[in-house]
Design a protein around this ligand. Sequence first.
Ligand SMILES: NC(=O)c1ccc[n+]([C@@H]2O[C@H](COP(=O)([O-])OP(=O)(O)OC[C@H]3O[C@@H](n4cnc5c(N)ncnc54)[C@H](OP(=O)(O)O)[C@@H]3O)[C@@H](O)[C@H]2O)c1
Length: 308
Amino acid sequence: MAVARFRVVVVGRGKLGRAWLGALRAAGVEVRSRAGRSARGEDLHDADLVILAVRDDAVATVAEALAATVVPTRTCRAAVVHCAGRLGPEALEALGARGVGVAKMHPLLAVAGGRRSPPFAAAWLHVAGDARACRLAVRLARRLAMRVWRAADVDHVLYHAAAALLANGAAALAAVAADVLAAACGRTVTARDARTFARMLGALLASVAHNLAHVGLPDALTGPVRRGDADAVRAHLAVLDEVAPDAATLLRALVVAQLPLARALGASTQGLEAVADAVRRGGSPPPTSSSSGPAGAPFARVKRPRMR
Ligand SMILES: NC(=O)c1ccc[n+]([C@@H]2O[C@H](COP(=O)([O-])OP(=O)(O)OC[C@H]3O[C@@H](n4cnc5c(N)ncnc54)[C@H](OP(=O)(O)O)[C@@H]3O)[C@@H](O)[C@H]2O)c1
């Protein structure tokens, strides 16, 4: 059966714009790209969907530029979507006011650039906006085998904070772990070692992602806190207090965050009290909401072997 024609224009040639382009081409969608600053209203005339993959702070400006040059006609049925997690569909108000369908279409995906983007298939797409634009966004999701989360009444900033906490936080945590791994080797770390560490930690993180997707929370939690193993927690904190005090501060905060999960999984109360006690003893206390937390280059203080 022939697949219905679906024409897409991707505006913006940054990390996400290039990833959309590659994924859509691979899926056999007719797609072309436009530089962020050169989008024109006529792009809407030979497309079904225009995807704005430009910086968050450029979304409204690009929408205004498109709105100023678009000629709404009965044959122009294209919709425009943006990909900014923290913005709602109203960021495209200038186009909505001209009768163009508009929506937010945010892939819950971390795209870091490079030749191989993570797969869009099976990733989630948050879609919110008017009926026409949402219908086209869902059509695009189907072409890429993405899963759709249709949610209009969300606080977009909070939604995006959740995504940033996990995706960007995990990358920062991996950097801290890589430095601790380097310290564990006790020798000069080569660039090759650093690449190996990144791959090792990437595979570990993939197993966490697998557990999260397949068994959910709290079951995805593994490790000493789940087992109520205070000896292991004490040993980790003692060595990190010595070698990497900022990593120890992070670990303390993360152990505290694991306690309710371990409790829900039925870990022994006595074991968890001992874990909580281990966190309270020695080192600096876990960051509180009023402290600046681990923002200031946490691993800068790891006593690590020199890079060659
Ligand atoms: N990367 C991700 O993991 C990811 C995931 C989900 C959502 N997003 C969202 O996707 C959008 C793009 O993110 P990105 O990571 O691809 O950023 P990026 O790599 O920094 O690319 C941003 C692009 O924005 C365009 N741009 C910058 N200033 C502009 C202006 N004043 N007017 C018009 N265009 C301008 C440029 O496009 P040209 O080079 O063509 O000029 C630039 O390449 C953002 O809204 C972001 O929140 C990103």
